[in-house]
Ligand binder design. Structure first.
Ligand SMILES: *Cc1c(COP(=O)(O)O)cnc(C)c1O
Length: 423
Protein backbone atom coordinates (compact mmCIF):
# COMPACT_ATOMS: atom_id res chain seq x y z
CA UNK A 1 0.00 0.00 0.00
CA UNK A 2 1.48 3.36 -1.07
CA UNK A 3 -0.18 5.41 1.63
CA UNK A 4 2.18 4.59 4.49
CA UNK A 5 0.26 6.74 6.96
CA UNK A 6 -2.97 4.81 6.57
CA UNK A 7 -1.14 1.49 6.16
CA UNK A 8 0.52 1.98 9.55
CA UNK A 9 -2.81 2.76 11.16
CA UNK A 10 -4.43 -0.31 9.66
CA UNK A 11 -1.57 -2.42 11.04
CA UNK A 12 -1.94 -0.71 14.41
CA UNK A 13 -5.64 -1.52 14.51
CA UNK A 14 -4.90 -5.09 13.46
CA UNK A 15 -2.48 -5.37 16.37
CA UNK A 16 -4.93 -3.80 18.77
CA UNK A 17 -7.65 -6.27 17.80
CA UNK A 18 -5.28 -9.27 17.89
CA UNK A 19 -3.78 -8.38 21.28
CA UNK A 20 -7.05 -7.52 22.98
CA UNK A 21 -10.33 -9.27 23.63
CA UNK A 22 -13.22 -7.43 22.01
CA UNK A 23 -16.17 -7.69 24.35
CA UNK A 24 -18.33 -4.85 23.06
CA UNK A 25 -21.54 -6.77 22.23
CA UNK A 26 -22.23 -4.89 18.99
CA UNK A 27 -18.83 -5.82 17.55
CA UNK A 28 -17.66 -8.94 15.78
CA UNK A 29 -14.88 -10.18 13.48
CA UNK A 30 -15.88 -10.67 9.85
CA UNK A 31 -14.29 -13.33 7.65
CA UNK A 32 -11.54 -12.87 5.08
CA UNK A 33 -14.16 -13.42 2.36
CA UNK A 34 -16.25 -10.54 3.69
CA UNK A 35 -13.13 -8.33 3.64
CA UNK A 36 -12.37 -9.40 0.06
CA UNK A 37 -15.83 -8.42 -1.15
CA UNK A 38 -15.59 -5.10 0.72
CA UNK A 39 -12.23 -4.30 -0.83
CA UNK A 40 -13.39 -5.18 -4.33
CA UNK A 41 -13.88 -3.27 -7.57
CA UNK A 42 -17.62 -3.25 -6.96
CA UNK A 43 -17.10 -0.02 -4.99
CA UNK A 44 -16.49 1.82 -8.28
CA UNK A 45 -19.94 1.22 -9.73
CA UNK A 46 -22.93 3.57 -9.58
CA UNK A 47 -26.34 1.87 -9.69
CA UNK A 48 -29.09 4.09 -8.27
CA UNK A 49 -32.37 2.20 -8.32
CA UNK A 50 -33.02 -1.53 -7.98
CA UNK A 51 -32.03 -4.57 -10.07
CA UNK A 52 -33.67 -4.28 -13.48
CA UNK A 53 -34.68 -0.65 -12.81
CA UNK A 54 -31.50 1.41 -12.66
CA UNK A 55 -30.71 5.00 -13.53
CA UNK A 56 -27.26 4.01 -14.84
CA UNK A 57 -25.92 1.76 -17.60
CA UNK A 58 -23.54 -1.11 -17.02
CA UNK A 59 -25.44 -2.55 -14.08
CA UNK A 60 -25.80 -6.10 -15.37
CA UNK A 61 -23.22 -7.48 -12.95
CA UNK A 62 -24.19 -5.49 -9.86
CA UNK A 63 -27.83 -6.44 -10.52
CA UNK A 64 -26.78 -10.05 -10.02
CA UNK A 65 -24.88 -9.17 -6.87
CA UNK A 66 -27.87 -7.39 -5.35
CA UNK A 67 -30.32 -10.11 -6.39
CA UNK A 68 -28.09 -12.74 -4.81
CA UNK A 69 -27.94 -10.75 -1.57
CA UNK A 70 -31.72 -10.26 -1.59
CA UNK A 71 -32.42 -13.94 -2.31
CA UNK A 72 -30.07 -15.10 0.43
CA UNK A 73 -31.63 -12.69 2.93
CA UNK A 74 -35.14 -13.86 2.03
CA UNK A 75 -34.19 -17.52 2.37
CA UNK A 76 -32.29 -17.08 5.62
CA UNK A 77 -34.96 -15.03 7.41
CA UNK A 78 -38.01 -16.53 5.68
CA UNK A 79 -39.42 -13.27 4.30
CA UNK A 80 -40.76 -12.46 0.84
CA UNK A 81 -39.02 -9.09 0.50
CA UNK A 82 -35.58 -7.82 1.48
CA UNK A 83 -34.01 -4.43 0.89
CA UNK A 84 -30.25 -4.78 1.27
CA UNK A 85 -29.28 -1.22 0.37
CA UNK A 86 -29.41 0.64 3.71
CA UNK A 87 -25.96 2.07 4.41
CA UNK A 88 -26.26 1.18 8.09
CA UNK A 89 -28.77 0.58 10.87
CA UNK A 90 -29.54 4.21 11.71
CA UNK A 91 -30.50 5.27 8.16
CA UNK A 92 -32.46 2.01 7.84
CA UNK A 93 -34.63 2.95 10.82
CA UNK A 94 -35.16 6.44 9.36
CA UNK A 95 -36.20 4.76 6.13
CA UNK A 96 -38.78 2.61 7.89
CA UNK A 97 -40.23 5.72 9.57
CA UNK A 98 -40.27 7.57 6.27
CA UNK A 99 -42.08 4.65 4.64
CA UNK A 100 -44.79 4.41 7.29
CA UNK A 101 -45.14 7.78 9.02
CA UNK A 102 -45.65 11.45 8.34
CA UNK A 103 -43.51 14.00 10.17
CA UNK A 104 -45.00 14.62 13.61
CA UNK A 105 -46.53 11.14 13.93
CA UNK A 106 -45.86 9.28 17.16
CA UNK A 107 -43.01 6.80 17.57
CA UNK A 108 -42.91 4.66 20.69
CA UNK A 109 -39.59 3.00 21.53
CA UNK A 110 -37.46 1.81 24.44
CA UNK A 111 -35.62 4.71 26.11
CA UNK A 112 -31.89 4.89 25.43
CA UNK A 113 -31.00 4.79 29.13
CA UNK A 114 -32.96 1.51 29.42
CA UNK A 115 -31.18 -0.18 26.53
CA UNK A 116 -32.99 1.28 23.51
CA UNK A 117 -31.22 2.77 20.48
CA UNK A 118 -30.89 6.49 19.64
CA UNK A 119 -33.00 5.91 16.53
CA UNK A 120 -35.93 4.59 18.56
CA UNK A 121 -37.09 8.13 19.33
CA UNK A 122 -34.31 9.66 21.42
CA UNK A 123 -34.67 13.42 21.39
CA UNK A 124 -31.31 14.27 19.81
CA UNK A 125 -31.77 11.84 16.89
CA UNK A 126 -33.79 12.41 13.72
CA UNK A 127 -36.37 9.98 15.13
CA UNK A 128 -37.00 12.34 18.04
CA UNK A 129 -36.71 15.57 16.06
CA UNK A 130 -38.99 14.88 13.09
CA UNK A 131 -41.49 12.72 14.93
CA UNK A 132 -43.29 12.96 18.23
CA UNK A 133 -41.60 10.40 20.42
CA UNK A 134 -42.73 8.63 23.55
CA UNK A 135 -40.36 6.29 25.34
CA UNK A 136 -41.03 3.27 27.50
CA UNK A 137 -38.75 1.96 30.23
CA UNK A 138 -38.03 -1.46 31.68
CA UNK A 139 -39.22 -2.45 35.13
CA UNK A 140 -36.82 -2.00 38.05
CA UNK A 141 -35.84 -5.66 37.61
CA UNK A 142 -34.48 -4.79 34.15
CA UNK A 143 -37.12 -6.82 32.28
CA UNK A 144 -39.55 -5.27 29.79
CA UNK A 145 -42.87 -4.79 31.54
CA UNK A 146 -45.47 -5.63 28.90
CA UNK A 147 -48.34 -4.25 30.98
CA UNK A 148 -46.61 -0.87 31.22
CA UNK A 149 -46.00 -0.90 27.46
CA UNK A 150 -49.67 -1.76 26.82
CA UNK A 151 -50.87 1.07 29.05
CA UNK A 152 -48.56 3.60 27.44
CA UNK A 153 -49.65 2.49 23.96
CA UNK A 154 -53.31 2.97 24.92
CA UNK A 155 -52.59 6.44 26.24
CA UNK A 156 -50.22 7.67 23.51
CA UNK A 157 -51.67 5.89 20.46
CA UNK A 158 -48.35 5.55 18.60
CA UNK A 159 -48.31 5.05 14.83
CA UNK A 160 -45.38 2.67 15.27
CA UNK A 161 -44.05 0.58 18.14
CA UNK A 162 -40.33 -0.02 17.89
CA UNK A 163 -39.07 -3.13 19.63
CA UNK A 164 -35.38 -3.82 19.91
CA UNK A 165 -32.40 -2.87 22.01
CA UNK A 166 -28.69 -2.40 22.26
CA UNK A 167 -28.43 -3.45 25.88
CA UNK A 168 -31.18 -5.92 26.73
CA UNK A 169 -29.98 -9.33 27.98
CA UNK A 170 -33.31 -11.14 27.66
CA UNK A 171 -35.70 -12.57 25.04
CA UNK A 172 -38.36 -10.40 23.37
CA UNK A 173 -41.90 -11.72 23.52
CA UNK A 174 -42.90 -10.74 19.97
CA UNK A 175 -46.39 -12.23 20.20
CA UNK A 176 -47.21 -10.28 23.32
CA UNK A 177 -46.03 -7.07 21.66
CA UNK A 178 -48.14 -7.84 18.58
CA UNK A 179 -51.24 -7.95 20.76
CA UNK A 180 -50.37 -4.49 22.09
CA UNK A 181 -49.72 -3.13 18.61
CA UNK A 182 -53.02 -4.52 17.31
CA UNK A 183 -54.94 -3.03 20.23
CA UNK A 184 -54.00 0.47 19.01
CA UNK A 185 -53.73 -0.19 15.26
CA UNK A 186 -50.02 0.68 15.07
CA UNK A 187 -47.21 -0.67 12.92
CA UNK A 188 -44.66 -2.93 14.58
CA UNK A 189 -40.97 -2.59 13.79
CA UNK A 190 -38.66 -5.26 15.20
CA UNK A 191 -35.11 -3.91 15.28
CA UNK A 192 -33.08 -7.09 15.69
CA UNK A 193 -29.69 -5.52 14.95
CA UNK A 194 -28.03 -7.12 17.96
CA UNK A 195 -29.64 -10.55 17.80
CA UNK A 196 -30.05 -11.28 14.06
CA UNK A 197 -27.32 -13.92 14.14
CA UNK A 198 -29.01 -15.65 17.08
CA UNK A 199 -32.37 -15.52 15.30
CA UNK A 200 -31.19 -17.16 12.08
CA UNK A 201 -29.53 -19.88 14.13
CA UNK A 202 -32.67 -20.53 16.20
CA UNK A 203 -31.15 -19.21 19.43
CA UNK A 204 -33.72 -16.41 19.81
CA UNK A 205 -37.38 -16.43 18.64
CA UNK A 206 -37.87 -14.73 15.29
CA UNK A 207 -40.23 -11.76 14.85
CA UNK A 208 -40.77 -12.71 11.19
CA UNK A 209 -44.50 -13.16 10.55
CA UNK A 210 -45.31 -11.20 13.72
CA UNK A 211 -43.73 -7.75 13.24
CA UNK A 212 -44.69 -5.79 10.11
CA UNK A 213 -41.12 -4.82 9.40
CA UNK A 214 -37.86 -6.32 10.61
CA UNK A 215 -34.67 -4.26 10.47
CA UNK A 216 -31.22 -5.58 11.20
CA UNK A 217 -27.68 -4.39 10.92
CA UNK A 218 -25.38 -6.88 9.21
CA UNK A 219 -22.19 -6.33 11.22
CA UNK A 220 -23.14 -7.48 14.72
CA UNK A 221 -24.00 -11.11 15.53
CA UNK A 222 -24.68 -11.66 11.81
CA UNK A 223 -20.89 -11.17 11.34
CA UNK A 224 -20.94 -9.37 8.00
CA UNK A 225 -19.74 -5.95 6.81
CA UNK A 226 -21.21 -2.75 8.27
CA UNK A 227 -24.64 -2.33 6.70
CA UNK A 228 -28.30 -3.09 7.26
CA UNK A 229 -31.34 -4.78 5.74
CA UNK A 230 -35.06 -4.11 5.92
CA UNK A 231 -37.22 -7.23 5.70
CA UNK A 232 -40.97 -7.53 5.17
CA UNK A 233 -43.70 -9.35 3.32
CA UNK A 234 -46.29 -8.18 0.80
CA UNK A 235 -46.76 -7.68 -2.93
CA UNK A 236 -43.62 -7.31 -5.03
CA UNK A 237 -42.40 -3.75 -5.18
CA UNK A 238 -44.09 -1.68 -7.90
CA UNK A 239 -42.40 1.43 -9.29
CA UNK A 240 -44.09 4.78 -9.98
CA UNK A 241 -47.74 4.19 -9.07
CA UNK A 242 -49.02 5.93 -5.91
CA UNK A 243 -49.34 3.41 -3.08
CA UNK A 244 -51.42 3.44 0.08
CA UNK A 245 -49.84 2.76 3.48
CA UNK A 246 -51.23 -0.74 3.90
CA UNK A 247 -49.52 -4.01 4.77
CA UNK A 248 -49.44 -5.56 1.31
CA UNK A 249 -47.67 -2.45 -0.03
CA UNK A 250 -44.80 -2.68 2.48
CA UNK A 251 -42.19 -3.75 -0.10
CA UNK A 252 -42.94 -0.75 -2.31
CA UNK A 253 -43.14 1.66 0.62
CA UNK A 254 -39.81 0.46 2.02
CA UNK A 255 -38.01 0.39 -1.33
CA UNK A 256 -39.10 3.95 -2.16
CA UNK A 257 -38.13 5.25 1.27
CA UNK A 258 -34.62 3.76 0.89
CA UNK A 259 -34.23 5.07 -2.66
CA UNK A 260 -34.96 7.80 -3.64
CA UNK A 261 -36.35 8.76 -0.20
CA UNK A 262 -33.17 8.73 1.88
CA UNK A 263 -30.25 7.36 -0.08
CA UNK A 264 -28.47 7.62 -3.38
CA UNK A 265 -26.27 5.00 -5.04
CA UNK A 266 -26.07 1.60 -3.33
CA UNK A 267 -22.69 0.53 -1.94
CA UNK A 268 -22.24 -2.48 -4.18
CA UNK A 269 -19.08 -3.72 -2.48
CA UNK A 270 -21.00 -3.70 0.79
CA UNK A 271 -23.96 -5.49 -0.81
CA UNK A 272 -21.59 -8.20 -2.07
CA UNK A 273 -20.07 -8.54 1.39
CA UNK A 274 -23.55 -8.84 2.90
CA UNK A 275 -24.27 -11.64 0.41
CA UNK A 276 -21.08 -13.42 1.53
CA UNK A 277 -22.04 -13.08 5.20
CA UNK A 278 -25.56 -14.37 4.52
CA UNK A 279 -24.14 -17.45 2.84
CA UNK A 280 -21.84 -18.03 5.82
CA UNK A 281 -24.76 -17.60 8.23
CA UNK A 282 -26.70 -20.29 6.35
CA UNK A 283 -23.99 -22.93 6.92
CA UNK A 284 -24.45 -25.55 9.66
CA UNK A 285 -21.39 -24.31 11.58
CA UNK A 286 -23.02 -20.90 12.06
CA UNK A 287 -25.64 -22.60 14.24
CA UNK A 288 -22.84 -24.01 16.37
CA UNK A 289 -21.28 -20.55 16.52
CA UNK A 290 -24.51 -18.89 17.67
CA UNK A 291 -25.11 -21.56 20.31
CA UNK A 292 -21.57 -21.02 21.58
CA UNK A 293 -22.14 -17.23 21.81
CA UNK A 294 -25.07 -17.85 24.17
CA UNK A 295 -23.28 -20.58 26.18
CA UNK A 296 -20.28 -18.33 26.62
CA UNK A 297 -22.47 -15.41 27.74
CA UNK A 298 -24.31 -17.61 30.26
CA UNK A 299 -21.05 -19.00 31.59
CA UNK A 300 -19.50 -15.53 31.87
CA UNK A 301 -22.62 -14.41 33.77
CA UNK A 302 -22.22 -17.28 36.27
CA UNK A 303 -18.52 -16.66 36.75
CA UNK A 304 -19.00 -12.92 37.28
CA UNK A 305 -21.80 -13.54 39.79
CA UNK A 306 -19.58 -16.00 41.65
CA UNK A 307 -17.09 -13.13 42.00
CA UNK A 308 -19.62 -10.72 43.52
CA UNK A 309 -20.80 -8.87 40.41
CA UNK A 310 -24.49 -8.01 40.06
CA UNK A 311 -26.12 -8.43 36.67
CA UNK A 312 -29.18 -6.54 35.45
CA UNK A 313 -32.02 -9.14 35.34
CA UNK A 314 -29.65 -11.53 37.15
CA UNK A 315 -28.23 -13.08 33.99
CA UNK A 316 -28.65 -13.42 30.24
CA UNK A 317 -30.57 -15.30 27.54
CA UNK A 318 -28.54 -13.93 24.65
CA UNK A 319 -25.09 -12.62 23.75
CA UNK A 320 -24.72 -9.80 26.26
CA UNK A 321 -24.66 -8.96 29.92
CA UNK A 322 -25.17 -5.73 31.74
CA UNK A 323 -23.14 -5.47 34.94
CA UNK A 324 -24.35 -3.07 37.63
CA UNK A 325 -21.19 -2.02 39.45
CA UNK A 326 -22.89 -0.06 42.26
CA UNK A 327 -22.15 -2.70 44.92
CA UNK A 328 -18.49 -2.89 43.83
CA UNK A 329 -18.04 0.85 44.41
CA UNK A 330 -16.67 1.64 40.97
CA UNK A 331 -18.27 3.56 38.11
CA UNK A 332 -18.80 2.23 34.59
CA UNK A 333 -16.21 4.63 33.23
CA UNK A 334 -13.57 3.62 35.78
CA UNK A 335 -14.22 -0.04 34.99
CA UNK A 336 -14.09 0.58 31.24
CA UNK A 337 -10.74 2.38 31.64
CA UNK A 338 -9.25 -0.34 33.86
CA UNK A 339 -10.39 -3.10 31.49
CA UNK A 340 -9.10 -1.18 28.48
CA UNK A 341 -5.67 -0.99 30.16
CA UNK A 342 -5.53 -4.77 30.45
CA UNK A 343 -6.80 -5.36 26.91
CA UNK A 344 -10.44 -6.25 27.53
CA UNK A 345 -12.53 -3.83 25.50
CA UNK A 346 -16.00 -3.15 26.91
CA UNK A 347 -18.21 -0.11 27.13
CA UNK A 348 -19.71 1.75 30.03
CA UNK A 349 -23.49 1.66 30.05
CA UNK A 350 -26.42 2.93 32.05
CA UNK A 351 -28.39 0.45 34.13
CA UNK A 352 -32.19 0.79 34.60
CA UNK A 353 -32.99 3.88 36.73
CA UNK A 354 -29.30 4.77 36.76
CA UNK A 355 -28.66 7.42 39.42
CA UNK A 356 -25.33 8.43 37.83
CA UNK A 357 -26.37 9.56 34.35
CA UNK A 358 -25.11 8.62 30.86
CA UNK A 359 -21.60 10.18 30.91
CA UNK A 360 -20.42 8.25 33.93
CA UNK A 361 -23.02 5.50 34.33
CA UNK A 362 -23.16 2.71 36.89
CA UNK A 363 -22.61 -0.23 34.59
CA UNK A 364 -20.67 -1.90 31.83
CA UNK A 365 -21.98 -3.90 28.88
CA UNK A 366 -20.17 -7.07 27.89
CA UNK A 367 -20.79 -9.38 24.95
CA UNK A 368 -19.43 -12.64 23.59
CA UNK A 369 -19.97 -12.51 19.77
CA UNK A 370 -16.44 -11.39 18.86
CA UNK A 371 -14.48 -13.59 21.27
CA UNK A 372 -16.61 -16.56 20.23
CA UNK A 373 -15.67 -15.88 16.60
CA UNK A 374 -12.04 -16.26 17.70
CA UNK A 375 -12.78 -19.63 19.28
CA UNK A 376 -13.13 -18.92 23.01
CA UNK A 377 -15.21 -21.49 24.88
CA UNK A 378 -16.94 -21.77 28.28
CA UNK A 379 -13.72 -22.53 30.19
CA UNK A 380 -12.13 -19.38 28.83
CA UNK A 381 -14.99 -17.35 30.32
CA UNK A 382 -13.74 -18.33 33.79
CA UNK A 383 -10.34 -16.88 32.93
CA UNK A 384 -11.92 -13.72 31.50
CA UNK A 385 -14.18 -13.24 34.55
CA UNK A 386 -11.16 -13.50 36.85
CA UNK A 387 -9.25 -10.91 34.78
CA UNK A 388 -12.25 -8.59 34.93
CA UNK A 389 -12.29 -8.87 38.72
CA UNK A 390 -8.52 -8.40 39.04
CA UNK A 391 -8.45 -5.40 36.69
CA UNK A 392 -11.28 -3.64 38.48
CA UNK A 393 -9.84 -4.40 41.92
CA UNK A 394 -6.35 -3.33 40.85
CA UNK A 395 -7.44 -0.27 38.86
CA UNK A 396 -5.14 2.08 40.83
CA UNK A 397 -2.13 -0.25 40.59
CA UNK A 398 -0.44 0.31 37.22
CA UNK A 399 2.10 -2.43 37.81
CA UNK A 400 -0.64 -4.97 38.35
CA UNK A 401 -2.53 -3.73 35.30
CA UNK A 402 0.65 -4.12 33.20
CA UNK A 403 1.08 -7.70 34.37
CA UNK A 404 -2.55 -8.49 33.58
CA UNK A 405 -2.26 -6.84 30.20
CA UNK A 406 0.66 -9.12 29.32
CA UNK A 407 -1.35 -12.16 30.35
CA UNK A 408 -4.36 -11.08 28.27
CA UNK A 409 -2.16 -10.41 25.26
CA UNK A 410 -0.42 -13.78 25.48
CA UNK A 411 -3.81 -15.46 25.74
CA UNK A 412 -5.45 -13.43 22.96
CA UNK A 413 -2.66 -14.25 20.51
CA UNK A 414 -3.54 -17.94 20.85
CA UNK A 415 -6.83 -17.10 19.13
CA UNK A 416 -6.06 -15.50 15.74
CA UNK A 417 -8.67 -13.20 14.23
CA UNK A 418 -10.90 -15.16 11.82
CA UNK A 419 -9.59 -13.12 8.88
CA UNK A 420 -6.06 -14.32 9.72
CA UNK A 421 -6.98 -17.97 10.18
CA UNK A 422 -6.01 -20.43 7.45
CA UNK A 423 -9.04 -21.82 5.66
C1 LIG B 1 -26.49 -0.88 16.11
C2 LIG B 1 -27.92 -0.58 16.16
C3 LIG B 1 -28.51 0.33 15.28
C4 LIG B 1 -27.75 1.26 14.37
O1 LIG B 1 -26.82 0.73 13.57
P1 LIG B 1 -25.63 1.63 12.95
O2 LIG B 1 -25.13 0.74 11.88
O3 LIG B 1 -24.68 1.89 14.05
O4 LIG B 1 -26.24 2.89 12.41
C5 LIG B 1 -29.89 0.48 15.33
N1 LIG B 1 -30.63 -0.22 16.21
C6 LIG B 1 -30.09 -1.10 17.09
C7 LIG B 1 -30.97 -1.84 18.04
C8 LIG B 1 -28.72 -1.29 17.10
O5 LIG B 1 -28.19 -2.15 17.99
Amino acid sequence: MNDKDIYKLILAEHNRQSHNLQMIPSENHASADVFKALGSILTDKYSEGYPGQRYYGGCEVVDKVENLARDRAKALFGVSHANVQPYSGSPANSEVYMALLDPGDTIMGLALSFGGHLTHGHKVSASGIFYRSVQYETGSDGYLDYDVIAKMAQKEKPKILVVGATAYPRIFDWQRLRVIVDSVGAWMLADVSHIAGLIVAGEHPSPVGIADVVMTTTHKTLRGPRGAMILCSGKPSTPLKKVERIKENLPTLIDRAVFPGMQGGPHNHQTAAIAVALREAAQPDFKIYARQIVSNAKKLALELKARGFELVTGGTDNHLLLVDLTNIGVSGKEAEDALNKVGITVNKNTVPFDPRGPFDPSGIRLGTPAVTSRGLKEDDMTTVAEWILQAIKGRADNKKLDLLSNEVKKFALRFPLPSDQKV
